[in-house]
Design a protein around this ligand. Structure first.
Ligand code: AMP
Ligand code: MG
Length: 416
């Protein structure tokens, strides 16, 4: 069987293209684990399980300031109890090892151990105290305002699974189990290659018809935020040999992102050059706007298979297609399952009129209140309009079959 250079898979729908990258991502292996200081792991993916080094909580913990009591003693109110002890958070073992007898209470603080004989805490607001007599004015049920020892996690239990993206809450658990160092997967190396005769690096003054390379930097920022290690290559000219050389260099990374040169223009040579290097394409276009010409595939160089994306060069297209399609591949290389896209719903502040046929991701601004999140389009002049995205905090997602949305209607937004 003869394989043509670019066996063009049909233009995929957004959902199909997303499925293709998610399925591809499951075939990838993660980078190697590295031991690092806890905070250096932020944004990376946990390469080990975080287990409880003791019961959580380690003692029955009061969640209120008040009085530890036996709930049965508060069945009839007001109930008068004798206060026999005071237990504060961090109380010494001697101070907390007491056993309340029926009719007794202990003054207790938030975070302090509830003593034996007590099974609930009455909030101080519902008590009156005179010398050593406490009057309880509201009944409590057994367990009220107490977190039982080991109820959050038993000693040895997995508190955070391997493959979890490390966030502030993961960091909190690592700290709570006494881990100053953790194992996380190395940042995947992501080569970034901008292309175009008109594109110049930011360290050089652009000629009158040239534009500065912003894509390599926006992509580097997105890659870093996604837990990757960006490696910016020199800008490639719209020239097959120059492209082949730099693409070859980029394929040495764990993932290659190319921007520009994937549209229908005479000088859009990226696909052609990739094909000449034996690349296999999984899609060569998606019915979205911005970002329709996006291509995805893999290339084998020196025995190593490397996934690549050819992202359209328009700055907004580059950003959108990175988030929609490259992110799941980066997740997988980083040791995580591809994360679902952060979609939400909000009410439109003003009507929207669009063309149909493509799934659109239009820069929007999400605001409003927690009771009524509202979103509106930001003024935008198309896929090259960087100012629009810089003023936006989401994309409004318009499905291909809709051309009109009324004010007040609920729409889907994709958060950045
Ligand atoms: P292309 O995808 O190569 O057809 O480029 C589409 C548009 O994006 C053109 O206006 C390019 O000048 C612009 N563009 C391409 N690459 C970059 C880049 N690295 N930084 C900023 N703009 C770019
Ligand atoms: Mg170009």
């Amino acid at each position: 069987m003869v394989e043509t250079a670019i066996a063009k898979p049909a233009l995929l729908s957004f959902a199909d293209a997303r499925r293709v990258v998610e399925e591809y991502a499951t075939t990838l292996t993660a980078t190697e684990p590295e031991l690092m200081l806890l905070l250096d792991g932020l944004g990376l993916v946990l390469a080990e399980e975080l287990r409880a080094d003791r019961d959580f909580p380690p003692f029955p913990r009061s969640t209120r300031d008040g009085f530890a009591v036996s709930a049965a003693d508060t069945a009839k109110i007001p109930s008068r109890l004798r206060c026999v002890a005071e237990i504060k958070a961090g109380a010494s073992a001697e101070d907390s090892v007491i056993t309340l007898k029926p009719g007794e209470a202990a003054e207790i603080m938030t975070g302090a151990p509830v003593p034996a004989g007590a099974d609930a805490v009455v909030m101080v607001e519902y008590t009156k105290r005179r010398a050593d007599v406490v009057t309880v004015e509201r009944s409590v049920k057994p367990g009220e305002n107490v977190v039982a020892a080991g109820s959050e996690a038993r000693q040895g239990a997995v508190m955070v699974a391997r493959g979890t993206r490390i966030t502030h809450s993961t960091v909190a658990i690592a700290a709570a189990v006494g881990r100053a160092e953790i194992a996380a997967y190395r940042r995947p190396r992501v080569a970034i290659l901008a292309t175009g005769d008109e594109v110049v690096d930011i360290n050089f003054p652009p000629g009158p018809n040239e534009i500065r390379n912003s894509n390599s930097y926006s992509l580097a920022a997105q890659v870093y935020a996604a837990g990757g290690e960006p490696m910016i290559l020199p800008v490639a000219a719209d020239d097959a040999d120059d492209l082949a050389l730099l693409i070859g260099k980029g394929l040495a990374a764990d993932l290659l992102l190319i921007t520009g040169g994937v549209s229908m223009g005479k000088h859009d040579l990226v696909e052609q050059v990739l094909a000449s290097l034996g690349a296999r394409f999984r899609f060569t276009g998606v019915s979205i706007q911005p970002g329709k010409p996006v291509v995805f595939g893999e290339a084998v160089l020196r025995g190593e298979t490397t996934p690549f994306f050819g992202l359209p060069g328009n700055p907004v297209s580059t950003m959108v297609t990175f988030q929609l399609f490259a992110q799941p591949v980066l997740d997988a290389l980083s040791g995580a399952k591809p994360q679902p896209l952060p979609f939400a719903q909000a009410a439109l502040k003003a009507p929207i009129q669009t063309r149909t046929g493509l799934t659109r991701f239009l820069p929007g601004h999400l605001g409003g209140t927690h009771e009524r999140p509202e979103v509106e389009l930001v003024r935008w002049l198309g896929s090259g309009d960087l100012m629009a995205v810089s003023q936006a905090n989401c994309y409004i997602v318009v499905p291909p079959e809709r051309e009109h949305f009324a004010a007040g209607e609920a729409v889907t937004v994709l958060l950045f």
